[in-house]
Design a protein around this ligand. Structure first.
Ligand code: 4NP
Length: 158
């Protein structure tokens, strides 16, 4: 199963989701075989490591984002990844516009996998205060467990 997380710049939300899901999957879902990546719909930060504020917030919870580098979503991603998880409706709309209709079903909002959160969007923390990065981590941790439970249930039913 190949998962791609997508936000705008690929330096805050989607790289956070990439490391958090990978970390939780390795410890709590060793039965699942996953390939996890992230990308942005915009290219402002291509080649850069994640935002230092995101890295520091993640490190305080035991996640290491330092080796990641930002990239842009490319046309081949729509075919290569089984599930493409957008952080908000705006990025979801951009992805659906860029992807051939054949692949639209695999493009979803990440927070659909955590319905109890009561929100479908991970707010962009880039221009906000430090609390925004904690909120991103809270939402991403909950949705990662929701998605991993969904994938495990699906694997068991198959
Ligand atoms: P991200 O956050 O989409 O979560 O990586 C942002 C990063 C950069 C910008 C906006 C949002 N920017 O405008 O440069």
């Amino acid at each position: 199963m190949k998962l791609l997380f997508v936000c705008l710049g690929n330096i805050c939300r989607s790289p956070t989701a990439e490391v958090v899901l990978r970390h939780i999957a390795a410890r709590e879902y060793p039965d699942l075989s996953l390939h996890v990546d992230s990308a942005g719909t915009a290219g402002y930060h291509v080649g850069e490591p994640p935002d230092v504020r995101a890295q520091e917030a993640a490190r305080r919870r035991g996640y290491d984002m330092s080796s990641l580098r930002a990239r842009v979503v490319e046309p081949a991603d729509f075919e290569r990844f089984d599930l493409i998880l957008a952080m908000d409706r705006s990025n979801l709309a951009v992805l659906r516009r860029r992807a051939p209709a054949t692949w639209h079903e695999r493009i979803r909002l990440f927070l659909e996998f955590a319905p109890d959160l009561g929100t479908l969007e991970v707010p962009d923390p880039y221009y906000g205060g430090p609390n925004g990065f904690e909120e991103v981590l809270d939402l991403v941790e909950a949705a990662s467990r929701g998605l991993l439970n969904h994938l495990r249930a699906r694997a068991r039913a198959a």
